[in-house]
Design a protein around this ligand. Structure first.
Ligand SMILES: CCC(=O)SCCNC(=O)CCNC(=O)[C@H](O)C(C)(C)COP(=O)(O)OP(=O)(O)OC[C@H]1O[C@@H](n2cnc3c(N)ncnc32)[C@H](O)[C@@H]1OP(=O)(O)O
Length: 643
């Protein structure tokens, strides 16, 4: 009889190391593991100590050596320019070795950091794998970030190389990447040795050969013609595979470190057990390689498990219509689709009755997984109605790298509860604690934490910042990892995730720091002080909303200043910040100790019930805020609900 979720979870709980040792045995190791978990190493311990492996080997060479070389590994489909390509594992091996050869020729080796700032093209995936092949550490930067954010990442990881492209393709515009990269390199303190630039047909970039630019295609083609072989470099399980930066509570992003061994073992487990896909089947994560979903479920997870992965360049709507996702699912016989709720809200807005769904054969699709932001029940219900497959919300973070809580298709679906991503996956013991660190009773709101040690595949630390990791994630609740999400567990152990406990907002599935936006707003010469809060948005879930207090002597047009601040955020952080709502106010509401009442402002803006904080310095300021919010279409009903 097949094991159920409860059997597997109990099995893990009874003998966690034995459980993970068995999972590790399904992958290839150059040197066996000496100790499954060593709590004396790293910040909270390390997995698979002494073992030597290579993630690229396990993603490609292993399948080739097992006779699956001609199976399709990657399907590329660009709804932006119509480009469609398929690569088998054999072909992928050629591409990856050629890029690895170019990197190696330029002195890149084990432990060197390579920043990848690329659009959704196969060469981006191959570049990630080429780094893994050499034991180099990649750091992918999302294309929607501007030069300043790119420079911060180049500096923080100490990049030896940047791999980029001439442009990205967004609806209605070609985004020139090269000027952004050049500007980033001009302001970065760290100067990489060279940049490998992929020229795309839509826009050719002017290469700065004197600064070490190398034409990607030309260099790679030479290695392909020469048939250069680059063997996989054995790395220890604990060596870093990648650094992925995520928003922190300040403008300085946190570099999440993922190791080689734990990462591949955990992701490989999820493909069959959680997502329910078998080797050879097509899995599509409609996200971007710049996010953790892209790392885990466009690149590494499916390839490790021998699935065919889909790399899609386009949007859920407008490229050309709300049927694009269904075209991809039917054209490539996608078995499981993973995307963010925002994508479905956009599709539903454009095709409310799901008419376009009916024009495609979606009979192969078995499940839809949603993550990245709260899945509102309305969207979930709609997706279920039109797709007629289970729609599964699941919950995880950039830090964890793979789902903490979900409903495991491969182990037999558990009953659904609306609003809950269901049960913890093996490896995660989830608890809810009050602010003093005591467990709260079932159905009581509190801080969601994970008992240490974190399972394989989770972050091992922040890049060059162990202390920041300890302080930010481990110190507040000793013995636990703090998720910074608030929620509750019900009597059946189902988790309900309600809100963030810090200043991170989730806009269209993108995790953004309002603190970072405030830092940029404050750079404007006319701004004395400011606050940015996330307000509810029917499409993107949340959008940032900025409140600006101008300096006393400023007489310039307020509208002009608002526009300048919007442009500043777009130029400093990038379009991904979706920073479009900003208002000049006379004063900001504060406590007597000077803390800005952001939470109260957010509740008022969203028209939620709110209470006058007992510690407020001047209650009249909230009336001023309500007035201006109302004039902009927010705070509907706010005054009526005031207590
Ligand atoms: C579970 C662990 C995690 O949470 S990992 C994170 C998971 N999140 C995701 O997968 C993200 C899901 N969201 C999306 O894929 C997109 O938001 C979707 C739904 C496709 C909508 O895209 P779009 O219409 O572009 O809206 P947006 O809010 O993402 O974009 C805002 C502005 O940024 C731009 N942008 C976006 N991507 C890029 C890019 N790669 N290069 C350059 N620019 C980019 C967009 O064009 C947009 O610009 P504009 O403001 O319209 O001028």
């Amino acid at each position: 009889m097949q094991s159920t979720y409860f059997d597997i979870y109990r099995e893990w709980q009874a003998a966690p190391e034995e459980f993970w040792r068995r999972q590790a045995e399904t992958l290839h190791w150059f040197k066996p593991i000496e100790k499954v978990f060593d709590n004396a190493q790293g910040v909270y311990g390390r997995w698979f100590v002494g073992g030597e492996t290579n993630t690229c080997y396990n993603c490609i060479d292993r399948h080739v050596s097992e006779g699956c070389g001609d199976q399709t590994a990657l399907i590329y489909d660009s709804a932006m320019n119509g480009d469609k390509r398929k690569y088998s594992f054999d072909e992928m091996l050629v591409e990856v070795q050629a890029i690895a050869a170019v990197l190696r020729n330029h002195g890149v080796g084990k432990g060197d950091r390579v920043v990848i700032y690329m659009p959704m093209v196969p060469e981006a995936v191959f570049s990630m794998l080429a780094c893994a092949r050499l034991g180099a550490v990649h750091s992918v930067v999302f294309g929607g970030f501007a030069a300043h954010e790119l420079a911060a990442r180049i500096d923080d990881c100490g990049a030896k190389v940047v791999i980029s492209a001439s442009c990205g393709l967004e609806p209605g515009r070609v985004v020139a990447y090269k000027p952004l990269l050049d500007h980033a390199l001009d302001i970065a303190k760290v100067k990489p040795d060279f940049c490998l630039i992929l020229q795309r047909d839509e826009l050719h970039a002017a290469l700065r050969y004197e600064h070490g630019d190398v034409d990607f295609r030309q260099a790679v083609e030479i290695e392909k013609v020469n048939g250069t072989v680059v063997d996989c470099e054995p790395v220890t399980a604990t060596d870093p595979l990648y650094v992925l930066y995520t928003s922190g509570t300040t403008g300085q992003p946190k570099g999440v470190i993922r190791d080689n061994g734990g990462h591949m073992v955990a992701l490989n487990w999820t493909m069959k057990n959680l997502y329910g896909v078998e080797p050879g089947e097509v899995f599509w994560a409609a996200s971007d390689i710049g996010w953790v979903v892209g790392h885990s479920y466009i690149v590494y997870g499916p390839l490790l498990a021998g699935n065919t992965t889909v790399l899609f360049e386009g949007k859920p709507v407008g490229t050309p219509d709300a049927g694009t996702y269904w075209r991809i699912v039917s054209e490539y016989d996608v078995k499981v689709l993973f995307t963010a709720p925002t994508a479905f809200r956009a599709i539903r807005r454009d095709d409310p009755e799901g008419k376009l769904v009916e024009t495609y054969d979606l009979s192969g699709l078995r499940a839809l997984f949603l993550a990245g932001e709260r899945a509102d029940p309305e969207t979930l219900k709609w997706a279920e109605q039109v797709l007629k497959v289970p729609v599964i919300d699941h919950w995880w973070q950039t830090e964890t790298g793979w789902p903490m809580v979900g409903n495991p298709v491969g182990l037999g679906l558990l009953p659904f509860k609306p609003g809950s991503p269901t049960q913890p996956m093996p490896g995660y013991l989830i608890e809810v604690l009050d602010d003093a660190g005591h467990p709260v009773p079932a159905n009581t709101l509190g801080n969601i934490v994970v008992k240490l040690p974190l399972p394989p595949g989770c972050l091992v630390s922040f890049w060059n910042a162990d202390e920041r990791f300890r302080q930010g994630c481990l110190e507040e609740f000793p013995g636990y990892y703090k998720t910074a999400d608030a929620g509750m567990l019900d009597d059946d152990g189902y988790l309900f995730v309600m809100a963030r406990t810090d200043d991170i907002i989730n806009c269209a599935g993108h995790r953004l720091s309002t603190g970072a936006m405030e830092e940029v707003c404050a750079m404007h010469p006319d701004v004395a002080e400011c606050a940015v809060v996330g307000v509810a948005d029917s499409l993107k879930g949340q959008i940032p909303c900025g409140f600006l207090v101008l300096k006393n002597n400023v007489t310039r047009d307020e509208k002009l200043i608002e526009k300048e601040v919007i442009d500043l955020v777009r130029n400093e952080i990038g379009p991904v910040a979706a920073f479009r709502t900003v208002m000049v106010v006379k004063r900001l509401p504060k406590t007597r100790s000077g803390k800005i009442l952001r939470g109260t402002m957010q509740k008022i803006a969203d028209g939620m019930p709110w209470k006058m904080p007992a510690t407020i310095d001047d209650p009249v300021i909230l009336d001023e805020i309500i007035e201006i919010l109302k004039s902009k279409g927010y705070a509907k009903g706010a005054a009526e609900t005031a207590a």
